[in-house]
Design a protein around this ligand. Sequence first.
Ligand SMILES: *Cc1c(COP(=O)(O)O)cnc(C)c1O
Length: 240
Amino acid sequence: MWLDAGPEVGTAMPTPEVEIAGRVEQLLASLPPGVTLVAAAKGRTAAEVAAAVAAGIRHVGHNYVQEARAMRQLIDAQPIGAQITWHMIGHLQRNKAALAVELFHMIQTVDSLRLANELERRCSALDRVMPVLIEVNSGRESAKAGALPEEVEALAEGLTELPHLQLRGLMTMGPLIEDREQLRACFRLTRETLEHLEQRGLVSPPAILSMGMSDSYQLAIEEGANMVRLGTQIFGPRPG
Ligand SMILES: *Cc1c(COP(=O)(O)O)cnc(C)c1O
């Protein structure tokens, strides 16, 4: 072969797909049993997500409804597509609620009764029950979405009035801070809030505690997370 021989085989860099597969396998092997891994897919291509799925990812989270729709069409076309559970993990605007309830199997970012009422209306029209998490602004950051910790109980009580929403637990981002102990305190507060809701019978078991991202998931698991949402750790640094 004297035509283009391509890159030298011995020195070829692993393709992004191979790197993603390796990271997924390593993560799935290292997470404690009972911890669900959600691949956070914002800013990623369908090919990258497909590589993660091929390596064993069964839960995909997205922040943006339109992008999730395009991605889901491509992943649904894969043989494994029907086995994927799709999670809405970004802030949800009420005018996107109709599309969101068609696309997602779980909505992790319910943070107001106004949003919950809109989701209820849309789920009722489709005659389906949507599992939801309440997003907690555990760091009390003014710019962040989520219910404040002291607002969570009233919101959970409000959800009991909405037959097409099923409260499954809590989600938090945690503040972007260097202080690990402060972050730990936010995760702990979220777990304690969930325990309180469970004691009051406001959560449908088994309860889900979705917290921890690439730089904080080990800490979150120490504080009781049973669902972690990882982007960078699976796909590498986000472009741009
Ligand atoms: C982006 C994102 C993640 C993942 O973040 P990484 O640091 O890339 O792991 C998790 N949860 C939410 C809500 C996100 O927006």
